[in-house]
Design a binder for this molecule. Structure first.
Ligand code: SF4
Length: 226
C-alpha cells in the first residue's frame, strides 16, 4: 500500500530540465517540511485540509493501473515528500520500470535515497532555503545532498524569491559539491514568475547555473490536477 494524494495525466512536466515533456503525475501524501509558500499544502497541512479526504491508501497495482490509463512514457512522482514512503515507492517504481516508463522523483533532499540503482532516471532535488520558513536543521542535510549528487542522476532545483537568495544557494552548492544547478522563481501566477525570472536571470547565468520557469502555471494557472 502507498499513501497517495492525487494522480493526473497525461500532462506536461512544468519545471526543471524536462519542462514541456509529456508525462503523468503521481502525488504522494505527507511531507516533513512546511514551506510558507507551499503550493501543495493539501498533502500535509492538516490545520487547513482534511487528511481523511486528501490521503488515499492505495494498492500498488491500483496506482500502476491509473498510470497505465494515462498512456505516458514518463511519470513524475512528487508530493509532499515521496521518500517518506521509500519502501512502497520502490515497489511502485519496479512496476514502472517493467513498462519501460521513465521515472522522475521530486524530493526536498532531506532523506537519503536507499532504493536499488536504476529505478529512478532523474532525481529532481529541491533543497529549501531560508525563504521557505523551515528551520535550518530540518531543511538542510548536507550528507543527504551529497548522496544525491553521488547518484549522478540528480538535478538540484532551488526555489528563489529574490536575487539575494542566490548567495545562499552558492553556499550550499560549495559545501556539498553540487552540480547541475537550476534556479526556479517562486510564484503561483504568471506576473510573479515573469517579474522574478527577470530579476534572477542575469545573475543565474553569470554563476554558471540554469533557469527554470513553471510552465504549468503559465499555461493553466494555479489549478490542481493539471
Ligand atoms: S517540501 Fe514541497 S510539499 Fe513539502 S512543504 Fe515544501 S513545497 Fe510543500
Amino acid at each position: 500500500m502507498i499513501t497517495v494524494n492525487e494522480w493526473f495525466g497525461p500532462t506536461v512536466q512544468g519545471e526543471g530540465p524536462s519542462a514541456g515533456r509529456r508525462c503523468g503525475f503521481v502525488r504522494l501524501g505527507r511531507c516533513n517540511q512546511s514551506c510558507v509558500w507551499c503550493d501543495e499544502p493539501q498533502t500535509w497541512a492538516w490545520d487547513r485540509f482534511d487528511a481523511a479526504a486528501e490521503l488515499h491508501e492505495m494498492a500498488i497495482d491500483d496506482v500502476v493501473a491509473a498510470v497505465d490509463a494515462m498512456d505516458v512514457d514518463m511519470v513524475v512522482v512528487t508530493g509532499g515528500e515521496p521518500l517518506l514512503q521509500q519502501q512502497a515507492l520502490e515497489q511502485l517504481l519496479r512496476a514502472f520500470k517493467q513498462r519501460r516508463i521513465r521515472v522522475e522523483i521530486e524530493t526536498a533532499g532531506t532523506i537519503a535515497p536507499t532504493m536499488t540503482d536504476g529505478l529512478v532516471d532523474q532525481w529532481n532535488v529541491s533543497p529549501k532555503l531560508t525563504n521557505s520558513g523551515n528551520p535550518l536543521a530540518r531543511r538542510y542535510k548536507p550528507d543527504v545532498l551529497r548522496a544525491f549528487e553521488a547518484t549522478e542522476r540528480a538535478v538540484f532545483k532551488f526555489v528563489a524569491c529574490e536575487p539575494s537568495d542566490l548567495d545562499e544557494v552558492s553556499t550550499m552548492v560549495d559545501e556539498c559539491g553540487l552540480t547541475n544547478i537550476w534556479i526556479m522563481p517562486e510564484g503561483t501566477d504568471a506576473a510573479t514568475l515573469e517579474r522574478r525570472s527577470s530579476a534572477l536571470a542575469d545573475d543565474v547565468v553569470k554563476r554558471g547555473w540554469n533557469l527554470s520557469t513553471r510552465l504549468h502555471i503559465l499555461i493553466w494557472g494555479n489549478r490542481r490536477g493539471v
